[in-house]
Design a protein around this ligand. Structure first.
Ligand code: NAP
Length: 245
């Protein structure tokens, strides 16, 4: 692939977990990938480790809850590359106190969770849309969760029925709603936006519990980002399989 054809991707929250692995897999596919993180030093260190593996990775400072940081990151990508082919909104937090009832979770927990998981995605996407518009066929991937599925939360037979962590769950339901709204705006353009569930993945977020290793947990994001041809818009999937809203 020559320089002119090289795709440029950006993954938020990529200092560890699924985001870091997503950067690795995209870069292994030959995509020049911006590893974005909110802490300068940890972001540079994570990027350096992948560069040392010979991968086309660049560090980028980006705190999704800080408008000035998002604006500076968008300016920096414009300066370095002049466009963006793939935006993966991966940064996310889960702050609900396990064991507390839904009605007992603190309002501050709700606010903090929505700041990152919803408003951070909206703000980052707004800032990068002009650069995505300069790519021939841009892809936005919103890393959601099966825990955002209202249909499954309402079904007593569903495996997530009893997993009521409301601030996190509602933030992902809202992220899905944002995905559908933006997909409607973008229909008929070369930009698509889709939500994916990575699976139940062993990361810090789950305190090391989960069914999947990060290598498999990154696959839904990577597949959706690299999907060519007749591309979905406004979908919610895990490894290409549709999930109920
Ligand atoms: P993780 O290991 O806790 O990593 C979260 C990443 O997000 C870290 O790199 C963290 O950066 C970053 N982050 C948090 N707040 C940020 C901010 N304000 N600005 C920029 N980056 C920020 O979590 P994970 O399991 O890899 O989760 C990745 C995504 O997958 C999340 O959206 C999560 O909701 C979703 N997900 C995960 C699972 C699962 O089973 N693990 C299941 C469904 C969905 P720092 O290092 O600076 O803290």
């Amino acid at each position: 692939m020559n320089q002119a054809q090289e795709k440029i991707a950006l993954v938020t929250g990529a200092t560890r977990g699924i985001g870091l692995e997503t950067v690795r897999q995209l870069a292994q596919e030959g995509v020049r990938t911006l590893l974005a993180g909110r802490d300068d030093e940890r972001t540079a260190k994570a990027a350096q480790e992948l560069q040392d593996e010979g991968l086309p990775v660049e560090a980028l400072t980006l705190d999704v809850t800080d408008g000035a940081s998002i604006a500076a990151a968008a300016d920096e990508v414009a300066r370095r590359h002049g466009r963006l082919d793939i935006l993966i909104n991966n940064a996310g937090i889960a702050r609900d106190e396990i064991g507390k009832k839904p009605s007992e979770q603190l309002l501050d927990t709700w606010r903090e969770t929505f700041d990152t998981n919803l408003f951070g995605v909206v703000a980052t996407t707004q800032a990068f849309l002009p650069l995505l518009g300069k790519a021939p066929a841009a892809r936005i991937v919103n890393v959601s969760s099966i825990l955002g599925s209202l249909a499954l939360h309402s079904d007593p037979a569903s495996p997530i029925y009893d997993f009521k962590i409301p601030a996190y769950n509602a933030s992902k339901s809202a992220l899905n709603a944002w995905t559908v709204n933006l997909a409607h705006e973008l229909r008929g353009t070369p930009i698509t936006v889709n939500a994916v569930h990575p699976g139940y993945v062993r990361t810090d977020m789950n305190k090391g519990e989960g069914e999947l290793e990060v290598a498999d947990g990154a696959r839904s994001s990577v597949q959706m980002a690299l999907h060519d041809g007749d591309h979905a818009n406004g979908s919610f999937t895990h490894l290409g399989e549709a999930l109920p809203w």
